[in-house]
Design a protein around this ligand. Structure first.
Ligand code: FES
Ligand code: FES
Length: 294
């Protein structure tokens, strides 16, 4: 199965013909040799493999964190992926410096995942809340430092962000000035607009093809078998991702993620207590998976 996949990784444009069912984690580590993204459980549980994924939505780039061990590289087509190497230039960024000051990293294996998750929180929210920032670390596990110092570091990052980020700038500029993300983030929106997004061929009614939607089970149990088969990445096709109200009904697009569902103002309007109830589920499963589970 040969299909060109085009995307931006950190500040570089990438084109590859690798099997689209290759996990993003394997592609990043083995093909791009960016080994800051770690392989831990390979099951979506530990967060060591967390990356940022930016997608053009309504003409601006929206970022989420994701577990790269469960993410097919074919689904990164036309998007921006950011690894820990893409978050600093020649020296540690602000979040990394605070982790160092707070003693929040011992062996360092889990640290890139925590830094990426906090960055995703700062990128995807315009109003910051310390408790929510700590919640955004659900699904990141540390086995040696202890989570107290990591939570302290997250709170210090939020304190810094709240005190030092000017309120009158475009959001992405604020994070660049605070040295949380590098300058090249400003170029990504235009570059994604120009990127030639490859079109995957829909394989309808072909029973030899494996259809993959979220893939969170297949990529755990059969990631190697997938590489010998033709696959159909259902979410590369134009499925709706919005949650809207139409003719007295709430319509949930097939590509809306669990996070979209939990955060939807429409869902909150009709089911006001649902968010707090689902948060337990969110916490157990972790937000990174929910950002891309459907
Ligand atoms: S390697 Fe553990 S969540 Fe991906
Ligand atoms: S610092 Fe060692 S696993 Fe977290």
């Amino acid at each position: 199965m040969k299909t060109k996949i085009n995307f931006i990784c950190n500040d570089s444009e990438i084109e590859t013909s690798i099997h689209p069912g290759t996990t993003l984690l394997d592609f990043i580590r083995k093909q791009l040799h960016l080994t800051g993204t770690k392989e831990g459980c390979r099951e979506g549980d530990c967060g060591a493999c967390t990356v940022l994924i930016g997608e053009l939505i309504e003409n601006s780039v929206r970022y989420h964190s994701a577990n790269s061990c469960l993410f097919p590289v074919g689904d990164i087509n036309g998007k921006h992926v950011v690894t820990i190497e893409g978050l600093n230039s020649n020296e540690l960024n602000t979040i990394q410096k605070i982790f160092l000051e707070e003693g929040a990293s011992q062996c360092g294996f889990c640290t890139p995942g925590f830094i990426i998750s906090l960055t995703a929180y700062l990128l995807s929210n315009s109003k910051y809340d310390s408790a929510e920032a700590v919640e955004s670390l659900s699904g990141n596990i540390c086995r040696c430092t202890g989570h107290s110092s990591i939570i302290n570091a997250a709170r210090s990052v939020l304190k810094y962000a709240i005190n030092n980020i000017a309120q009158n700038e475009v959001h992405i500029n604020k994070l660049i000035h605070a040295e949380i993300i590098p300058n090249y983030f400003l170029t990504i929106e235009d570059r994604l607009k120009k990127l030639r997004k490859s079109k995957f061929i829909e394989n309808k009614n072909n029973y030899a093809v494996v259809n993959i939607s979220g893939g969170t089970d297949l990529f755990v149990r059969k990631w190697d078998e997938i590489l010998n088969q033709d696959i159909n990445l259902l979410f590369s096709h134009n499925l709706p991702d919005h949650i809207s109200e139409e003719n007295g009904k709430v319509v949930i697009g097939a590509r809306a993620s669990i996070s979209d569902f939990i955060n939807s103002t429409l869902i909150q309007k009709y089911f006001p207590s649902l968010k707090s109830k689902l948060k337990l589920f969110w916490f157990i499963t972790n937000q990174k998976s929910c950002n891309y589970w459907w």
